[in-house]
Structures are given as structure tokens and as C-alpha cells.
Design a protein around this ligand. Sequence first.
Ligand code: CMX
Ligand code: CO
Length: 150
Amino acid sequence: MLTRIDHIGIACLDLDTTVEFYRTTYGFEVYHSEINEEQGVREAMLRINGTDDGGATWIQLLEPIRDDSPVAKWLAKNGEGVHHIAFGTADVDGEAESIRGKGVRVLYDQPRRGSMDSRITFLHPKDCHGVLTELVTSAPNETAAEPEAH
Ligand code: CMX
Ligand code: CO
């Protein structure tokens, strides 16, 4: 079962400037930031709200660290904006297999490491009415985090 919107992924040209916009305009704080080499991004996770399945909903701000990364390619074509949506589930493996069985291309054979030690996979946007869609199972202790100092 997919039980929440885990995050909205937003591609940006300058992570620090974009984080500052979200803080000063909306009051959202960064709870976590990291570089994910495999995905080719520097990212910040802004916690928006907890959810009734025990998880949370986030804004994921993404700045590319390599010109050949998916986010860099997308930015070059579209400019800044909403890059993907992610649904949360307790069982990313089972959901991915079930959705694959419905004829939707799942991009990874096995889920990979995502933000905050989550496990993630992606569905091809061309099979999802133009929306790059991520499936996420969070690490158990994810929501215990406090905002980062700034
Ligand atoms: N949303 C909607 N459509 C998208 C898209 C996106 N984010 N990215 C690409 N597309 C569309 C393109 O517009 C293009 O459509 P047209 O053929 O009509 O022009 C088509 O998909 C192919 O796009 P492309 O630019 O040629 O890009 P690639 O095929 O090389 O890669 C994809 C597309 C989805 C396979 C690649 O972006 C990918 O592997 N994404 C998953 C990984 C990822 O995005 N990581 C960053 C986030 C990490 C995280 O969330 O933690
Ligand atoms: Co994401």
C-alpha cells in the first residue's frame, strides 16, 4: 500500500539560495542535508508535516553535482521546478513488483539508497502521465530528527 506523499522533489540551480527562500517565505526548516553521489545530487530535506502512518512529508530540494546527472539534464531542458513526486510505503520492494506487473517501467531492478537511508525506486515518467514517480520506504528512525542549525 502507498500511504502518504513522502516528498515532492524540486530541482534548483543553487541549493543554499533555494533553502533560504523556503525558510524565509514559508518557515520550512532543513531537517537533513546530504550529497547522494549515486543520484548525482546535493539535497536538503525540509519537513512539512507528520503523517498518520508514522512517516512524514517533505520538500526535497535538489542541486546537481554532475552535468550528466538526471537532475542536471532535466534543469538544462526545463529550468528550475518540480522534478518528481514520491509516494511512501512500508514495502517498496512489493509495491515496485506489483506496479511493474501492471506494465509500468520500474527503473531499478532493486531499490537503491535514498535520502536519510531510505530505500527508493522510480517509475518512468512516460508510463505515469508525464510524472517522474518515486517510491520510498523510509528508515525506521527518520522522523526523530530535529532541524539543522543555520
Ligand atoms: N518528469 C517528467 N518527464 C521527464 C522527467 C521528469 N523528471 N525527466 C525526463 N522526462 C521526460 C523528458 O522530458 C523526455 O520526454 P520527451 O521524449 O517527450 O522529450 C523523456 O522523459 C526522456 O527524458 P531525457 O531527458 O532523455 O532523460 P533520460 O531518458 O536520460 O532520463 C529518467 C529520464 C526518468 C530515466 C531519469 O531522469 C532517471 O533515471 N530518473 C530517476 C533518478 C533521478 O531522477 N534521480 C534524482 C532524484 C534523486 C532522489 O529523489 O533522491
Ligand atoms: Co526524491
